[in-house]
Design a protein around this ligand. Structure first.
Ligand code: G1P
Length: 295
């Protein structure tokens, strides 16, 4: 069955970006001239998704507005003859169908995904976390959808190799690589934020998943887990016991834009990759190396 819907949880408070996030959702903070959430929604669209379900909280209206038409602005741009800008704005408003659901209490990622149950219905779907931008030859969610299709439409978690000392930041998977695909594991279990000494592997998810609707049954029965929150990882773990869950080592570079270092990294990298800003960014970097005697 085609995967049509992606759930994108955006209810978090963004405390690492305070005070900017006092008034602006962290997902709307721009990298160059596009808000972070634009890159994530673009990944979904390029993966064949045609409906985005945002799980939101209060103060997040700017995200929905961004993906909506803005006739007042369009009118202004028409009157001022700014055709290029007009096209850009219109295209964003037409990118994809957007639905939002309020997560009234922040009870964890598992709870956020469960909020989408009625809209997702009885269909497979993707979950994409908005804090992470992944760039590579092919959109990551598309890679996971393909692995799911190849493996009996099973559940698939996108994973990457991480520094073994950083397992405490992620959901970490355990399993056996398939005989015919050394990038895909059949998962036996998953642990949320294990200390390095007890982590089963160094394969961790940056928040890309493809699920069958049965994940909702698991989400309904899990108890509170790490940090007192309903953890998506615990539901995946339950699923791995009763059904097929795969973990796929995706191709692509991950930018953890949920923290300042990852954000700066993405800003410099994207500026260097964009033909409009590449020359300026190279010049800036060289000047700073000289000015601050960076070695
Ligand atoms: C969540 C998930 C975790 C995953 C991480 C990726 O944790 O619970 O399994 O590895 O996202 O960013 P959070 O970072 O929201 O604490």
């Amino acid at each position: 069955m085609k995967i049509r819907r992606a759930v994108i949880p955006v209810a978090g408070k963004g405390t690492r970006f305070l005070p900017a996030t006092k008034q602006v959702p962290k997902e709307m903070i721009p990298i160059i001239n596009l808000p972070m959430i634009h890159y994530v929604v673009e990944e979904a669209i390029l993966s064949g998704i045609d409906q985005i379900i945002f799980i939101t909280s209060s103060g997040k209206n700017a995200i929905e507005d961004y993906f909506d038409r803005n006739f007042e602005l369009e009118d202004f741009l028409i009157k001022s003859g700014k055709e290029k800008e007009l096209e850009l704005i219109r295209d964003i408003g037409k990118m994809v169908e957007v639905t939002s659901i309020r997560q009234k209490e922040q009870l964890g990622l598992g709870h956020a995904v469960l909020c989408a149950k009625d809209i997702v219905g009885n269909e497979p779907f993707a979950v994409i976390l908005g804090d992470e931008i992944i760039r590579g030859p092919r959109p990551v969610t598309k890679q996971l959808i393909e692995i799911s299709e190849k493996n009996n439409n099973g559940n698939v978690i996108g994973v990457m190799e991480i520094d073994p000392l950083e397992t405490y930041k992620y959901g970490v998977v355990k399993g056996e690589f398939l005989a015919n695909d050394k990038k895909t594991l059949r998962m036996t279990s998953m642990v949320e934020k294990p200390r390095p000494e007890i982590a089963p592997t160094n394969l961790a998810t940056p928040g890309r998943y493809v699920f069958k609707p049965e994940i909702f049954d698991a989400l309904k029965i899990i108890p509170r887990g790490v940090g007192g929150e309903y953890q998506l990882t615990d539901a995946i773990n339950l699923l791995a016991k009763n059904s097929e869950v795969f973990a796929h080592v995706f191709e692509g570079e991950r930018f953890d834009t949920g923290n300042i270092e990852g954000y700066l990294n993405a800003t410099v990298e994207f500026a260097l990759m964009n033909k409009d800003s590449e020359v300026a960014m190279r010049k800036i970097i060289l000047e700073k190396i000289e000015k601050y005697k960076i070695k």
